[in-house]
Design a protein around this ligand. Structure first.
Ligand code: ARG
Length: 494
C-alpha cells in the first residue's frame, strides 16, 4: 500500500519509479516546504477557532507542526514516494499524532488552494529580497554617478559617437531604468499578496471556515475572493516572471556595455579581478565573464517566462495538473534574476572608470557639431535646418573651420557667416566638449549641475523605496510572529 496519504484509498499502491517521479513535484516543493507548515498552522488555528476540530486533535497536530516550524521539515517529507510536499507533510503529521488526530487537518481545504497559498507566501518574500537587492544596485549606481558628475564622455546613438555627455548622466540612466523594474516588481507583489486559502478544490467548502482569519494570520491584506479563480490563477506567476524578464533586459544591456567598455579598444572601465576570468591558453587574458553570463542568463529568464505563459494560456477552469509544472519556471526566473542583480551590484561598485580615456573620445567624430549648429541658430539667426546642412557639408570636407563653413553657407544658403560676425574663435568655443555638456542643462540632461540635482532627487526616491520594502518585511514578520504565538497558546491552553 502506498505511504502517500492521498493515494492509498482510491489507487493501488504500486507504480513504476519513473511514473512516481514524473507525477511528483517534490524537488521543486523544497521552495515551499516552510510556507506549507505556516499554511497548515493558520488553517489549523482557524479550524480550532471555528469549532470545526476538537481541541485535543488540534493541539496534538499543532505540537507536531510547531516542531517542524522550529526545526524545519524532516527530510523524510521529501521522499519521492510522495506526490508533493503537502502529502509528505501530512504523512509526517499523521505519523506523529496518529490518524485520528492528524487525519483531521485537511478538512475544508484541498491541495489546490494549499499550493497556491504556499507559492504566494514564498514568492512574497522572494520579491521583497529582489527589491532589497535592486535597491542596493541602484545605490551603487548613484554612488558612482556621484563620483562622476564632471566626467565627460562620448554618448552614442547607433553606437557611433553622437554628443558628449557625462558618466554621471549615463549611470543615472541605468538607475532610472532599474527604478521602473523596481516599480514593476512592487506592482507584482501587490497582486501576489492575496490569499486563495479556503477555496479548497475550487468550490470552497461546506465547513464554516473563516477565510478572512487565515488571510490575516498569513499576512495577506486581501482575499482571492472567487474560489474558482483562486485555485486556477497563475497570472501572478506570469506577471512576476515577466517583470523579472524585463529586469533582465535592463541588466543584459548593462552587461553588454560593460563587456564593450572593458575591451582594449574602448578601455572606459577596468573591472575588479573578482568579476573576471582568464584563459586556459592565453596567459594575458582578463575576460569580463560575469557580465557575459549575466547577458546570457537573460535568455534563461525569458525562457522561464515563456514556459509559464505557454503552460497557462490553454487551461480551462479550474485546477489542472499542468499548473504544477508552471511553478519551477517561476523559481527559475526568480533565482536567476536575483543572482544577476547581486553580481551587477558587485561589478558596478568595484569598477574603475577611466575619465582620461572617456575625455579622449568625447569630442571624436565631430560630436559637438550639434552645439555649433545651435550657436549658428541662436547667435547668427540661421534656421536650424540650414545650420545643420551647412555644418554637415563642412564635415563632408573633413574639417570645421571658418573658411569651410563660409563656403558651405554661401553654396547652400547664399549667405555669409563672416558678414554676420562669425569668428574662428567662436567656432572653437562652440566645439569644446565641456561647453557642449554644460549647455545641456534641461531637466534630466548631462550638465554636471543638472546631474547633481537629479542625483539628490533619485537618492530621496530610493530612500522612500527602501523604507517601503523594510516596512513590508516587518509587517510580514509581525504577522508570522503573532500567528506562532497564537499556535503556542493553543497548545499551552490544552
Ligand atoms: N503539487 C501540486 C501542484 O504543485 C498540488 C497538488 C494538487 N494536485 C491535484 N491532483 N489536484 O500544483
Amino acid at each position: 500500500m502506498s505511504s502517500d496519504p492521498v493515494r492509498r484509498g482510491r489507487l493501488t499502491g504500486g507504480r513504476p519509479a519513473d511514473v512516481a517521479a514524473f507525477l511528483s513535484s517534490i524537488e521543486a516543493d523544497r521552495w515551499i516546504a516552510d510556507a506549507d507548515v505556516r499554511v497548515d498552522i493558520a488553517h489549523l488555528l482557524m479550524l480550532d477557532h471555528q469549532g470545526i476540530i476538537e481541541r485535543d486533535a488540534s493541539s496534538a497536530v499543532m505540537v507536531a507542526l510547531l516542531e517542524m516550524y522550529e526545526h524545519g521539515v524532516p527530510e523524510t517529507v521529501f521522499d519521492d514516494e510522495y506526490e508533493d510536499v503537502h502529502a509528505g507533510i501530512e504523512a509526517c503529521l499523521i505519523a506523529k499524532s496518529g490518524m485520528d488526530k492528524g487525519g483531521r487537518l485537511h478538512m475544508g481545504r484541498s491541495r489546490n488552494d494549499e499550493v497556491a497559498t504556499c507559492i504566494r507566501i514564498r514568492l512574497r518574500s522572494e520579491l521583497l529580497t529582489h527589491l532589497t537587492k535592486l535597491a542596493a544596485l541602484r545605490a551603487a549606481l548613484l554612488e558612482q554617478a556621484g563620483n562622476h558628475t564632471e566626467t565627460v564622455m562620448p554618448g552614442f546613438t547607433h553606437l557611433q559617437h553622437a554628443q558628449p555627455t557625462t558618466l554621471g548622466h549615463y549611470l543615472l540612466a541605468y538607475e532610472q531604468a532599474l527604478s521602473r523594474d523596481f516599480e514593476r516588481l512592487t506592482d507584482a507583489y501587490i497582486r501576489v499578496n492575496r490569499s486563495p486559502l479556503g477555496a479548497a478544490a475550487f468550490a470552497s467548502t461546506g465547513y464554516p471556515i473563516d477565510r478572512e482569519m487565515t488571510a490575516e494570520l498569513l499576512g495577506f491584506p486581501d482575499l482571492m475572493l472567487n474560489t474558482m479563480d483562486a485555485v486556477s490563477a497563475r497570472d501572478f506567476v506570469i506577471e512576476t516572471a515577466s517583470a523579472c524578464t524585463i529586469l533582465m533586459s535592463t541588466l543584459s544591456r548593462l552587461a553588454e556595455e560593460i563587456v564593450l567598455w572593458s575591451t582594449s579598444f574602448v578601455r572606459f572601465v577596468t573591472l575588479d579581478d573578482a568579476y573576471c576570468s582568464t584563459s586556459s591558453i592565453m596567459p594575458q587574458k582578463k575576460n569580463p565573464d560575469t557580465a557575459e553570463i549575466m547577458r546570457g542568463k537573460s535568455g534563461a529568464v525569458a525562457g522561464a517566462f515563456i514556459a509559464a505563459f505557454t503552460a497557462v494560456k490553454g487551461l480551462p477552469m479550474s485546477y489542472n495538473r499542468d499548473l504544477q509544472d508552471v511553478t519551477p519556471s517561476l523559481w527559475r526566473a526568480v533565482s536567476e534574476s536575483g543572482a544577476c542583480i547581486s553580481i551587477a551590484t558587485g561589478i558596478i561598485s568595484t569598477a574603475t572608470f577611466h575619465p582620461d580615456r572617456m575625455r579622449e573620445e568625447a569630442g571624436r567624430g565631430f560630436s559637438t557639431a550639434t552645439e555649433l549648429a545651435d550657436v549658428l541658430v541662436r547667435e547668427y539667426g540661421l534656421p536650424f535646418r540650414a545650420a545643420h546642412n551647412i555644418i554637415g557639408r563642412a564635415i563632408r570636407s573633413g574639417e570645421i573651420t571658418l573658411s569651410v563653413l563660409e563656403a558651405a553657407a554661401r553654396e547652400l544658403s547664399d549667405i555669409s557667416l563672416i558678414e554676420r560676425g562669425l569668428t574662428g574663435e567662436r567656432i572653437l568655443e562652440a566645439l569644446d566638449v565641456d561647453v557642449s555638456v554644460r549647455m545641456r542643462s534641461a531637466p534630466g540632461g548631462p550638465a554636471p549641475e543638472t546631474v547633481k540635482k537629479a542625483l539628490s532627487m533619485r537618492t530621496l526616491a530610493l530612500e522612500e523605496d527602501v523604507i517601503w520594502v523594510q516596512s513590508e518585511q516587518k509587517r510580514l514578520q509581525n504577522a508570522e510572529d503573532t500567528m506562532i504565538k497564537d499556535a503556542r497558546k493553543l497548545v499551552d491552553e490544552s
